[in-house]
Design a protein around this ligand. Structure first.
Ligand SMILES: Nc1ncnc2c1ncn2[C@@H]1O[C@H](COP(=O)(O)OP(=O)(O)OP(=O)(O)O)[C@@H](O)[C@H]1O
Length: 251
């Protein structure tokens, strides 16, 4: 479980203090997936940087599985907007990265998991290629494979599908949720898209303008709904969220 308690971040910029985030409190139970949606500059990247351990200078408490969050002790996966693949490594080296770093022996369980993930994402045939020999959608699938093979304590995603065209994006979202339903990795992702938040967020957290605080947290009744985009309730929920966002984001 991830517990964020009164988290605030202030940057020191040219002798000025810029409060970027907070106070923010939330609890993400094990096996849940949260969508964070907020206006540009509200502190979403700042929040992800705290959770990935890049920012260590913050106020408040962040606990993962009852211990102070520490990237050296916890395993934290990250899918950035630009897929985060190493261009000099093959697809196979990229998706095996976390296991290679930890020098982890590949037992039967891990081998089955790798086969399953590669099969679901249909990237078996790409393993000897380099990232510059892949389409955007294929790069995205390799990045997703790496996270599910890593099986982290916490998975963070920063607008993971924003670089893809609409159809490839929907396909990638569906593949991701299919695997997520199988492995239920505790996940927090940031998005600008109401549609993505409804499709992929079990809970949806709406953040205010900078410094970002929580305007509202919504239990998403449409999470995991098939053919979501054709449902009438989807339009209703979208316009409800849009209303909250309009109010919450007004300066
Ligand atoms: N290193 C820094 N020094 C000073 N201020 C910063 C620094 N990094 C970010 N900020 C400020 O902190 C606030 C939050 O920035 P952050 O990048 O977290 O927002 P964001 O929600 O991720 O934005 P976007 O959606 O546009 O990527 C902004 O007002 C930004 O200008």
């Amino acid at each position: 479980m991830l517990e964020i308690n009164n988290l605030s971040v202030t940057y020191n910029s040219n002798k000025n203090k810029v409060k970027a985030l907070g106070p923010v409190s939330m609890e993400i139970k094990e096996g849940e997936i949260y969508a964070i949606i907020g206006p540009s500059g509200c502190g979403k990247s700042t929040l992800l940087n705290v959770l990935s351990g890049i920012i260590q200078n913050y106020e408040g408490k962040v606990l993962l599985n009852n211990e102070v969050l520490n990237p050296k002790r916890h395993s934290i996966g990250f899918i950035p907007q630009n897929f985060g693949l190493f261009p000099w490594k093959t697809v196979e080296k990229n998706y095996m990265l976390s296991l290679d770093i930890k020098k982890k022996a590949i037992d039967r369980n891990i081998a089955d998991r790798i086969d399953y993930v590669l099969d679901k994402l249909n990237i078996q045939s790409l393993k000897d290629r380099y990232p510059n020999e892949l389409s955007g959608g294929q790069k995205q699938r390799v990045s997703i494979a790496r996270s599910f093979i890593m099986n982290p304590d916490l998975l963070l995603m920063d607008e993971p599908f924003s670089a893809l065209d609409a159809l490839t994006r929907e396909e990638a979202q569906e593949l991701f949720i299919g695997l997520w339903n199988q492995y239920k990795i505790t996940t927090l992702f940031v998005t600008h898209s109401i549609e993505e938040a409804i499709f992929m967020g079990k809970k949806i957290v709406i953040i205010s303008h900078c410094p970002g605080t929580i305007v509202k947290t919504i239990d998403n009744p449409l999470f995991n709904t098939e053919d979501l985009r054709e449902k009438e309730d989807y339009l209703k929920l979208s316009s409800y969220l849009r209303g909250i966002i309009k109010k919450g984001w007004t300066l």
